[in-house]
Design a protein around this ligand. Structure first.
Ligand code: AMP
Length: 219
């Protein structure tokens, strides 16, 4: 099964993708995580992407599509993937269809987590994650059970993303509105699109996603 999670930054795509990974045996493919790893490793891709990411813009389609192509060839994606933060443009959506078709596969669901922009700025501004295992937390909405200690792995170092500052967040929301939201009709026309309320609690959204993914896919 292959799933695309769409929706503005901060709408919960990453959190939900991680939850679905274990429950459905799928691999989360986050282009944002891949780019951040490339920036941290100082690769050519990372060097090209950094300034664009810091400004809240979109990295070029060629770079993103090549990254996904390479990733899909790896063994851990054989039973399916949850695309998180990809596709973000019409060219990427069309490329994804081609990449899956060339592997004898196809997309089963495109799910939009709808969210209110002002709430997102507030949500994003307070978020951070465990440096060791990546578990996500928030200053107000999701603190670790013991302050300063990761619930998942016991780690004590946490990181905040450079592009989570309010001005950059607004630029990222605009990129979503102008370049990514217009691809929703592409999936609607193929009867693949489901819209969910990303402002519901994380557990409610997970419940709705699970119910959707457990239903047999109509082809
Ligand atoms: P994310 O973690 O998905 O919010 O992505 C962080 C940043 O990485 C975005 O603001 C973009 O600059 C870049 N990025 C991630 N995924 C893509 C993509 N599919 N296309 C273009 N840029 C991307």
């Amino acid at each position: 099964m292959n799933i695309v999670l769409l929706g503005p930054p901060g709408g919960g795509k990453g959190t939900q993708a991680k939850r679905l990974e274990d429950r459905f045996g799928l691999k989360q493919l986050s282009t944002g995580d891949m780019l951040r790893a490339a920036v941290a490793a100082g690769t050519d891709t990372g060097k090209k992407a950094k300034a664009v990411m810091d400004a809240g813009g979109l990295v070029s389609d060629d770079i993103i599509i090549a990254m996904i192509d390479e990733r899909l060839s790896q063994a851990d994606c054989r039973s399916g993937a949850i695309f998180d933060g990809f596709p973000r443009t019409a060219a990427q959506a069309e490329a994804l269809d081609r990449l899956l078709a060339s592997r004898g596969s196809r997309l089963d669901h495109a799910i939009e987590l709808k969210a209110d922009e002002e709430v997102l700025v507030q949500r994003i501004a307070g978020r951070y994650s465990c440096k060791r295992c990546g578990a996500g937390y928030h200053d107000h909405f999701q603190r670790p059970k013991t302050d300063g200690v990761c619930d998942a792995c016991g780690g004590s170092e946490f990181v905040r993303r450079d592009d989570d500052k309010p001005d950059t967040v607004r630029a990222r929301l605009e990129a979503y509105r102008l370049q990514t939201a217009p691809i929703l009709p592409y999936y609607e026309r193929q009867a693949l699109l489901t819209r969910l309320d990303g402002m519901a609690t994380m557990d409610e959204v997970t419940g709705q996603l699970e119910a959707l993914l457990r239903k047999p896919v109509k082809r």
